[in-house]
Design a protein around this ligand. Structure first.
Ligand code: CP3
Length: 347
């Protein structure tokens, strides 16, 4: 266990359900295309260049914190680069990620994904974290992240979108043993990548398991939870809080309660009051404003923020966030209003 600093950032304390004087706020995908300063950098550099240069990645990481009074900065990286440690090629173009699927035969095969994790593969990530931590104000938390094993597995499919999620479920149902071996390999790599980030300065790790909520209630405990816990155990052993995020989890709340995460991040389809009752006082909550609210008028934004603060405030630890990432078409002025409204609290 790390020795704890005298005063940890507000976000870290809220995630550990320690008393805080106000609700901390940060936003998933707070760095990205909705920010003019990000788009400007993207005109000069590819996405990969931004991620793989520690100087540029640090600049992008800090862009939203320089503009808005957020309580944390999330390191600029992508969950899919983990595939490089499985020997799977990934590139990004304007239409999104391109993953060279190891399962084009329509069957799972453990020899198609090998764990070849070497910390040296992610030196740029460690350096970005070290640089960002130095530049970030002490009271703001530096957030690291990895993908959830099932979500990463779904991006290894030879198709994308809904079809990928369908194929991922089919393959796990048809080849459960092989599927679990592959999920375990992914989890080992994700755990190692999380550890690397904590050692480089990340004070919180979020596990982005965006698509795990499409698993039925009896598949989640078999094909998601044990592998998520491999990652969470690794984070817990380092003494930093962890956040588990998945969308559409109303049917999984009982399962989420059993996960070894400090906090559960919910999307807008989940009722915060019910979630806080089911998850109990031990888990902090994060979420869950509908990103569509950001496209609305100021009154709607303020009303919805107050409502979320009232509901979330009933749980012991609460971190304000969106239910998913900031949409690329969001107006930065609306983000500013949202952050200020959270910080001032309900009137
Ligand atoms: O600000 C931050 O939150 C940090 C950076 C971050 C990115 N991706 C940068 C990015 C984070 C936390 C992610 C997580 C991520 N990446 C997830 C989980 C969260 C989620 O949104 O569901 C997933 C599924 C991915 C995979 C991914 N990366 C996709 C499907 C895409 C294309 C679609 C899209 O949303 O843009 C990306 C590209 C990507 N990752 C961009 C950014 C800023 C846009 C790249 C560009 O500039 O063109």
């Amino acid at each position: 266990m790390k020795t704890k600093p005298v005063l940890e950032p507000l976000l870290v304390r809220a995630l550990q359900c320690e008393p805080v004087q106000r609700v901390p706020v940060w936003l998933m995908r707070q760095a990205g295309r909705y920010l003019p300063e990000y788009r400007k950098l993207r005109q000069e550099h590819s996405f990969e260049e931004l991620i793989k240069s520690p100087e540029l990645a640090t600049r992008v990481t800090l862009q939203p914190v320089e503009r808005f009074d957020l309580d944390g900065a999330i390191i600029f990286f992508d969950i899919l680069y983990l595939f490089e440690a499985l020997g799977v090629n990934v590139t990004f173009d304007d239409s999104g990620p391109k993953v060279q699927s190891p399962f084009t035969s329509g069957k799972l095969d453990t020899s198609a994904t090998r764990m070849s994790f070497e910390p040296g593969m992610f030196t740029h990530l460690a350096e970005s974290l070290e640089m960002a931590r130095k530049k970030l104000a002490r009271e703001k938390a530096l957030i690291g992240f990895v993908g959830g094993p099932f979500t990463l597995f779904s991006y290894l499919m030879p198709c994308v979108g809904e079809s990928a999620l369908l194929q991922a479920r089919r393959l796990l149902l048809e080849q459960p043993g092989t599927g679990k071996e592959i999920l375990a390999t992914i989890a080992e790599v994700a755990g190692a990548l999380a550890e690397l980030q904590v050692k480089a300065g990340a004070q919180v790790i979020q596990v982005f398991d965006t698509w795990a909520g499409i698993l039925p209630g009896d598949m989640f405990p078999e094909f998601a939870a044990p592998f998520i816990d491999i990652v969470l155990d690794r984070i817990n052993n380092l003494g930093v809080p962890s956040i588990y995020f998945a969308r559409n989890t109303t049917h999984l709340l009982g399962e989420l309660k059993k996960l070894k995460a400090s906090a559960i991040s919910l999307d807008w389809t989940v009722d915060l009051k019910i979630a806080s009752q089911v998850l109990g006082p031990e888990k902090a909550l994060q979420g869950n404003l509908d990103p569509a609210v950001l496209l609305c008028g100021n009154n709607v934004i303020q009303d919805r923020v107050y409502k979320a603060l009232r509901q979330g405030g009933e749980s012991r630890g609460f971190v304000f966030n969106l239910g998913h990432g900031v949409p690329p078409q969001a107006d930065p002025g609306k983000i500013e209003l949202l952050v200020d409204t959270v910080r001032k609290g309900p009137t």
